[in-house]
Design a protein around this ligand. Structure first.
Ligand SMILES: Cc1ncc(COP(=O)(O)O)c(C=O)c1O
Length: 407
């Protein structure tokens, strides 16, 4: 048994799959640049290795929610364009400016803070103005847009910032044909046109997330921001599996079976005894639980592949472990239990767990806890990958992707 296999649990991250997914998405959005969204530790896959792999596959931008996530990328030596969009008053604007990170501004309070920070730093901020085109979450409402644009342009003229982007986010792109998609695109075009008429010259205009990248070509503009699809998970499962979109899941979550034992008929299993054996049987102990991100809501329903058969969680998922009824089979302790992966070995997928837990696969992968080591496969791109990517990066350069960061 190798060292990796002997781990209690591990999330294997296939960086070759991630690179291939990025290339597929780049092809789907030909003519646009690609922002690899690596917020929340790369949706649980590890932000830094995923960011590096995405860059190798031609992602010219990286996107994070918090400024701290963006700083962690810089601290790991990752240069080039990085944008972060979730700010609160008193945030580390100056550090972001000094690190050459694009910041998002949705309202006047943020504009005032970024201008003050730029003055203090003696450097212009790279600011992307965010429009609320209908999501009703972050972003500037159309009615407040003229004031934000006017004030941002004034700050640009006085050298405090450069308006690098005009952007927005969809509410229902995972429901193709939803009327809000066309409506948001209309509002977005109107808000961009207004800003450009007033004199804004953005480097990038962008609204598309993964589902829009895959299903709404009219939304691609200059840049697409892909998260979930890059990790090989279908953003719209009712429309297609990852394979239908040419994508391959990047994460495999596996554990080593900790105990196999006989149990008589009528034996209650796990907290609350929500499962009772119906006959003399064998029980297998899988040493991961809700503290590792296995959803407790999937108690009695979550699937796991052990010894070539898909079993179901018996009873409650506990903090650190759950039990499966092996119905007489006796895999050895240390045998691999695969909770989810690409699915081609017969193992369940993250989507299967999402369905078992009444949630979305985004939440399944993102919640895998820090206690589970990430084990990276294919950390180095093979030479054929590099050649293919060089073409993509050149194409992005021709589109004005820019090279190093302006500090
Ligand atoms: C602002 C923004 N853009 C892009 C994304 C990426 O979305 P997806 O994972 O669906 O590609 C997210 C993720 O929720 C986001 O918050």
């Amino acid at each position: 048994m190798n060292e990796t296999a002997s781990l209690r649990a591990r999330a294997e991250i296939d960086l070759a799959a991630l690179r291939a997914n990025v290339r597929i998405l780049r092809e789907r959005a030909a003519g646009a640049q690609l922002m690899a969204v690596v917020k929340s530790d790369g949706y649980g896959h590890g932000a830094v290795p995923c960011a590096r792999a995405a860059r190798e596959a031609g992602a010219t931008w990286l996107g994070t929610a918090t400024p701290q996530e963006a700083f962690a990328l810089r601290a790991a030596g990752i240069d080039g364009r990085i944008m972060c969009w979730l700010w609160t008053p008193g945030g580390p604007w100056r550090e972001a400016i000094e690190a050459g990170i694009d910041v998002s501004v949705s309202g006047m309070w943020a504009l005032r803070e970024v201008v003050a920070a730029a003055e203090a730093a003696g450097l212009p901020a790279r600011v992307q103005l965010k429009a609320d085109t209908g999501l009703g979450r972050n972003g500037c409402q159309p009615a407040d847009w003229p004031e934000l644009v006017t004030e941002a342009l004034a700050a640009e003229r006085s050298g405090h910032l450069r308006i690098t982007g005009l952007w927005s986010h969809f509410a229902c792109a995972d429901e193709p044909g939803h009327p809000s998609i066309a409506a948001q695109l209309d509002v977005y075009r109107t808000m961009v046109a207004y800003a450009e008429k007033e004199g804004v010259e953005p480097e990038v205009r962008h609204i598309a997330n993964s589902p829009a990248t895959l299903t709404v070509p009219a939304s691609h503009f200059d840049l697409v921001r892909t998260g979930i699809a890059m990790y090989g998970i279908s953003p719209a499962p009712e429309l297609g599996t990852p394979a239908d979109f040419g994508l391959r899941p990047v994460m495999t979550l596996a554990a080593s079976v900790a105990l196999v034992k006989d149990a008589p008929a009528g034996h209650g299993v796990s907290y609350g005894h929500h499962y009772t054996t119906t006959a003399g049987t064998t029980l297998g102990l899988v040493p991961v639980g809700y503290a590792d991100g296995v959803p407790r809501h999937a108690s009695g329903r979550g699937p796991v592949l052990i010894g070539g058969k898909v079993r179901t969680v018996a009873g409650r998922v506990a903090m650190d472990q759950f039990v499966v009824d092996l119905h007489g089979d006796r895999p050895e302790e240390g045998a691999e239990a695969v909770l989810f992966g690409p699915g081609d070995r017969g193992e369940p997928t993250a989507q299967d767990w999402a369905e078992a837990a009444d949630t979305i696969a985004y939440e399944i992968v993102t919640r895998i806890g820090a206690r589970v080591p990430r084990v990276y496969a294919h950390e180095t791109a093979d030479p054929a990958d590099r050649t293919r990517t060089a073409g993509l990066v050149e194409a992005a350069g021709a589109l004005g992707a820019g090279g190093g960061v302006e500090r």
